[in-house]
Ligand binder design. Structure first.
Ligand SMILES: [Fe+2]
Length: 188
């Protein structure tokens, strides 16, 4: 992902978090050792699929910033999954009284949340504001056909239904909008 990213800060974010991930694995191994349990041999199918989706994004071609946005979306799905998993296991470790494990797991959880937040910031401050925009999606200039129909007095009917106060009782100094002219009733 770092190689595919075109924005410098996104490359750095991916590279930095990869380093953190190595430390997170080391923490898990340390927790496993201290508890006398093996933490290998169980494949997480959901994470496997998320990683496959990330690889699909890496193989895409197109505008650099659009691809960066897609990379961030793929990476954040992974981060959110990790936050969920580490949050659960952290709570379980706390409930079981494994204080050292809780400290290490909380450190990892904080790193995951920070990584997610960093991706958010890069996306909102650098990628989305600079990314291409399809001008055909821009709203057209307001022309006469878009203006509200003066003959439509539905607003006035709403006002009447809400029991609008008579003008005399309104607060002094508050400008009162000019009343719309009602269309003359058609005579046969
Ligand atoms: Fe992560």
């Amino acid at each position: 992902m770092a190689r595919k990213a075109s924005t410098g800060s996104l490359k750095a974010a991916f590279t930095d978090h990869l380093q953190e991930t190595h430390q997170q694995v080391a923490r898990l191994e340390q927790i496993g050792e201290s508890l006398g349990i093996s933490l290998i041999g169980k494949v997480c199918k959901a994470m496997q699929r998320l990683i496959e989706e990330g690889k699909e994004v890496i193989q895409e071609d197109g505008d650099g910033l659009v691809l960066d946005a897609a990379l961030i979306a793929a990476a954040q799905r992974v981060e959110h999954y990790e936050i969920s998993a580490y949050g659960s296991v952290c709570a379980l470790a706390e409930r079981l009284g494994h204080a050292d494990a809780v400290t290490m797991l909380q450190e990892t959880l904080d790193e995951e949340s920070a990584a997610d937040e960093k991706l958010n910031t890069i996306s909102l401050e650098e990628i989305l504001p600079e990314g291409p925009c399809d001008e055909s999606d821009e709203p057209d200039e307001l022309d006469e056909s878009d203006e509200p129909d003066e003959s439509d007095d539905s607003d006035e009917e709403d006002d009447e239904e809400e029991g609008e106060e008579p003008e005399d009782s309104r607060q002094e100094g508050v400008p009162v909008p000019a009343q719309k002219k009602r269309p003359l009733a058609k005579t046969k």
